[in-house]
Write a protein that binds this ligand. Sequence first.
Ligand SMILES: [Zn+2]
Ligand SMILES: [Zn+2]
Length: 232
Amino acid sequence: MARELPPLAQAVESYLASRPRAARWLERMAGRRYRLATFPDRPHPVVVIAHRGRYPARIEQLARAVEQDWAETPPPCRDAYEEILKQAPGLIVVQLRRKNVCGCLGHRHVLVKEIPFSEPHDAFGDAAVGEMDIAFDRVESWLAQPIMDTALDTQFIAGSRLKEFHEQQLRFRLLSILLHETHHMVAPQATEDVVRGRSLTFYREALANYVEIARATLSFTIDRSFSRLGKE
Ligand SMILES: [Zn+2]
Ligand SMILES: [Zn+2]
């Protein structure tokens, strides 16, 4: 799936690769790695996933949410974030962690702390840099829409379809948090209610659309006896 990276992403890739060996070595020692992800339909923001390399599958879930799932959400979902993404910093560093001490799903950072991005650099052009963190464990156990999440579960038979559904659900959560924190960056005055309302609507509609398509394309049985209590 080689997709030509947008110019900003290419510039950042070569910047990361061209830094002095000593700097890269120190970073590796500190366990810092970077995975770039870009939205398929826009050159920026470029998402830089900063991670420790310990959970490659998690990094890929977040990257896939940006690179693929975004494009598969219904147009109204994407339209709701059109202006926000247009005004967003060109580079968004996401520190992907396991958990946050405070228990939050994520935060936007006032200052960029990730070293290679904390100072302006030619490679960034005129792109601003923003930073946030996302706590993966917390996102995994988060019931974004408790009633809906549980009700949908019952429509997939336990097994591979259910697993696929849960992974999709997780990626939509990650995406909705990324969009939520980006909204905060762009509109620092917006109230939590407004920001949250929009990201939950995004999540709900993206998920409902996925289920509708799954229902139309697969003759999966609605197993009414399936109990959520019985699953992993
Ligand atoms: Zn917090
Ligand atoms: Zn918020």
